[in-house]
Design a protein around this ligand. Sequence first.
Ligand code: ZN
Length: 132
Amino acid sequence: MKKIEHVGIAVKKLSVSIPLFEKLLNTPCYKTEVLTGELVNTAFFETGKNKIELLEGYSPESVISKFIEKRGEGLHHIAFEVDDIEAEMKRLSDEGFTLLNKKPKEGADNKLICFLHPKDTNGVLIELVASK
Ligand code: ZN
């Protein structure tokens, strides 16, 4: 794995959190994107070589809405950049990690992604990210 590509933070309302993070990071949100498959709205910030991804569920059925209901707003996942996502998925699966996606799926920001089950990673949801 390479650098941390982004950190994902679950928020209740992007309309509140975008201005908050703009103030915090002193940089504008450069992109918002709707992930219809996940019922999630996302907003991205660049901080040096890394990014912050804010995630808001727009339906109670969204995994983000369920996460916030259970655990409140806060750190949701850490994403690591990989060169070859299929090779990395195979390596991690062979090491005994549970992949939440059988195949790389379309993520926000024009990326291919795969999540690892947090039960194998000390409770931290890990995302693999590769450029398309
Ligand atoms: Zn992410």
